[in-house]
Design a binder for this molecule. Sequence first.
Ligand SMILES: C=CC1=C(C)c2cc3[nH]c(cc4nc(cc5[nH]c(cc1n2)c(C)c5CCC(=O)O)C(CCC(=O)O)=C4C)c(C)c3C=C
Ligand SMILES: [Fe+2]
Length: 475
Amino acid sequence: MSTVSQQSFSLSLPKSVAATSAGHPLTRRVGVFKSGIPNLTLVTCHSDSTSQASLFLSPGLTNRRICNKNLVYRTFYSVDASTYNGSALESPSHTAEEKVGVLLLNLGGPETLNDVQPFLFNLFADPDIIRLPRLFRFLQRPLAKLISVLRAPKSKEGYAAIGGGSPLRKITDDQALALKMALEAKSLSSNVYVGMRYWYPFTEEAVEQIKRDGITRLVVLPLYPQFSISTTGSSIRVLEHMFREDAYLCKLPVSIINSWYQREGYVKSMADLIEKELQSFSDPKEAMIFFSAHGVPVSYVEDAGDPYRDQMEDCIFLIMQELKARGINNDHTLAYQSRVGPVQWLKPYTDEVLVELGQKGVKSLLAVPVSFVSEHIETLEEIDMEYRELALESGIENWARVPALGLTPSFITDLADAVIEALPSATAMYASTSASEDMDHDPFRYFVKMFFGSILAFFLFLSPKMLTAFKNHVI
Ligand SMILES: C=CC1=C(C)c2cc3[nH]c(cc4nc(cc5[nH]c(cc1n2)c(C)c5CCC(=O)O)C(CCC(=O)O)=C4C)c(C)c3C=C
Ligand SMILES: [Fe+2]
């Protein structure tokens, strides 16, 4: 494995960080895993509290196409960069040479009911969300169109129930502002940007703004505590495509914090919220702590090497350990929610576990959303409405839910620390394109793929069972 060259830089960091960064404590524990992105290996460097990723080129790959403008991006959205009106929260740089940027990555959500179908199209057109075999990849967009149209009525009902749109943009903008202020309180001036994967402001727009602002060092902070190919991995893939194409970006020192669920600040903040919410029960000790995480298809974990399930289990262990240290010894369980489509998802499923717990005689339950740090449709509608109703029908009498972390001060302060700790390890990032993209430019092979792929797809994807599975939330 050959690393890309590290840029030298002069940056005045808060004293405590400058002291630790000199010895590179971030490289104490190094792990390597498949990212799910072709030719991209994530090398994680763990400090006590943060896991960061640097991007490395695999051996034997060349950079011959780094600035090839003819590449077709399967995940690119046609967005005019000049229309960017996302969060570019600026403050004067603390040194003449260095301009620090922080890019917050998030999923994005439809702001109105009319946005729902195009938002779903962007989501299902992502090859990290619907992972088609190579032979079927040319069907990604037509399939996304079909599934988004089929699913839109069900999704619209959900968004209508929470006020007609997703609150994600507003909450993420508020988090960006709070983070910027927390960084300033720690003597680090920065521009904080918001880049959404499936809706405005798109990641591509945020990156164009970063270029226009002349950022010289960038920390990428996905707002997902645990890494999944389908979330952080997908957003990083967009960045990787953009960065390898651009002369300025491919030299920009970047540090990616690929997961941060293990940070003490996050774990303690979650424990604080749980401890507080338990007090809402007449007998706090009796309440079962029910962690509900967004699911992913089992194949992500078992075939593609997604570390999501392991990280989720580790995360729950750390939160429970912290609660035990505070003398809170309630029973707890973890289940996965929000499955979509005709495949196996991580088990156990939240809805099934709720029914079982009710049947077993559990009377008090505290739901804890654990894969996301903002309120969104799956907390406000799925947990607060659907699962609450199901739990009450199943015999659970007392129900409460822990709010998402949102703007919790200890959490925002911890994110600021994570950014500051990540700065010293920023390196230029670029990778080469994969052989599969070359194949798409060979007209004969493309024709053969189209021909046989269409026949197979007709029988596989257009069966009534498949269509129904995507229409409904659950198979
Ligand atoms: C850690 C968080 C998330 C993972 C992992 C994840 C994977 C994943 N999601 C879908 C399909 C849908 N997700 C939808 C909404 C949605 N997903 C997340 C987070 C994760 N998704 C959030 C925060 C949101 C809500 C955004 C908002 O508007 O508030 C939707 C749309 C809503 C719906 O129709 O249910 C879909 C569809 C898949 C297929 C997947 C893994 C492969
Ligand atoms: Fe999702």
